[in-house]
Design a protein around this ligand. Structure first.
Ligand code: HEC
Ligand code: CU
Length: 325
């Protein structure tokens, strides 16, 4: 049994090693690559892998075999390119670093739309100034993303960041430490502050909202709203209740079996859901996705800053946050 596993592993490794080689031989140094877009049910992108070299331009000639799609390069500021049936759209890409770059469709072309993703593999020498990446906090903390996480302590009024702003000349320690805020659920942060500060419950909730608000970079709210509307609304819905058009026919979420079966998303309008979840946990879920549940993974699509904006935007279903100037 073990031997079989070993052989399998060897074969798999050989296969993995062979795939880039094969691809390279067939389409090394492409001048122009034709990329056909199709709904995932019809086969998805005609090429899931595109190979290229550092600093050699790749010209993509794209068309659709069914409905309107759109080509976007993940983690980049490149505007997406619409792809129409019967027409060709072109775009040219140049990469100055080797690596794997994700491309994806940004049009809701069907229930499996988010599976329309592919990889551009770039080979060649790395330039020296490549930034080193830090693993996201949920990995550092070893969080179980699928453990139930309902909050028991719920504010009687909506927490409001602006109300706490007046007090911020005397900040408790827990609110000046970004990692502390990012690793604790709002409920846990509230309990910590409540134990240390001689303040009424609502004032402490307002401080929690203020602390979260400080974690966004400038423009986070607009960015979060835009990303949510474009990528999350179809399932999580505008109200955050989790009854978007794509999931209406699915059974409601079962929080005890989170992350295992296809259900509707959790109800973000229920305070117990979000106030019991730390930013690190929500971030982890967005990066990793829901495994078997239909919650897509976004880790290779958005930058870490975009994901932060999304996390904070989710909390705004439960608190009054404000854009900092
Ligand atoms: C295709 C449907 C779908 C789309 C699109 C989708 N989600 Fe989800 N999401 C789900 C489902 C289903 C769950 C519940 C399953 C789970 O938690 O594993 C979920 C769970 C989550 C959770 C976990 C919440 C918790 O309390 O644990 C977060 C956070 C989340 N989604 C954020 C997002 C964001 C942000 C986007 C857009 C960038 C997004 N989702 C897009 C279906 C979707
Ligand atoms: Cu699509």
């Amino acid at each position: 049994m073990e031997k079989l596993a070993k052989i399998l592993v060897v074969v798999l490794i050989l296969l993995v090693a062979a795939v880039p080689l094969l691809g390279q031989q067939i389409i090394a140094q492409p001048e122009t690559i034709e990329l056909r877009a199709r709904m995932p049910e019809n086969g998805g992108w005609s090429q899931e892998f595109i190979y290229g070299l550092v600093n050699v331009p790749i010209k993509l000639r794209m068309t659709s075999d069914d409905v309107v799609h759109s080509f976007a390069l993940a983690q980049s500021s490149l505007p997406s390119v619409e792809i129409f049936p019967g027409k060709f759209s072109e775009t040219e890409l140049v990469f100055d670093q080797p690596g794997e770059y994700t491309f994806y469709c940004t049009r809701w072309c069907g229930a499996n739309h988010w599976r329309m993703r592919g990889t551009i593999v770039i080979e060649g020498p790395a330039s020296s100034d490549q930034p080193t990446s830090v693993p996201p906090l949920f990995l550092q903390l070893g969080l179980d993303l699928d453990a139930p996480h309902f909050a028991r302590v719920i504010p009687s009024n909506r927490p409001e960041s602006a109300r706490a702003s007046e007090r911020t000349n005397a900040l408790p320690d827990g609110l000046t430490d970004g990692e502390n805020i990012w690793s604790k659920s709002p409920e846990a942060l509230w309990k910590d502050l409540k134990a240390d500060e001689d303040l009424d419950d609502q004032s402490v909730w307002d401080m929690v909202a203020w602390g979260l608000n400080q974690q966004g970079s400038s423009g986070w709210m607009g960015q979060g709203r835009e990303l949510y509307t474009q990528n999350c609304l179809a399932c999580h819905s505008e109200s955050g209740r989790g009854d978007g058009v794509m999931v209406r026919d699915l059974p409601p979420m079962n929080h005890d079996k989170m992350g295992s079966e296809a259900t509707r998303p959790p109800d973000f309008s229920d305070p117990a859901v979000l106030l019991g979840a730390s930013p690190a946990l929500l971030e982890g879920k967005i990066i990793r996705g829901g495994m078997g549940t239909g919650m897509p993974y976004w880790g290779n699509i958005f930058t870490s800053e975009q994901i932060r904006s999304l996390v904070l935007y989710l909390y705004s279903f439960q608190m009054e946050l404000e854009e900092r100037p």
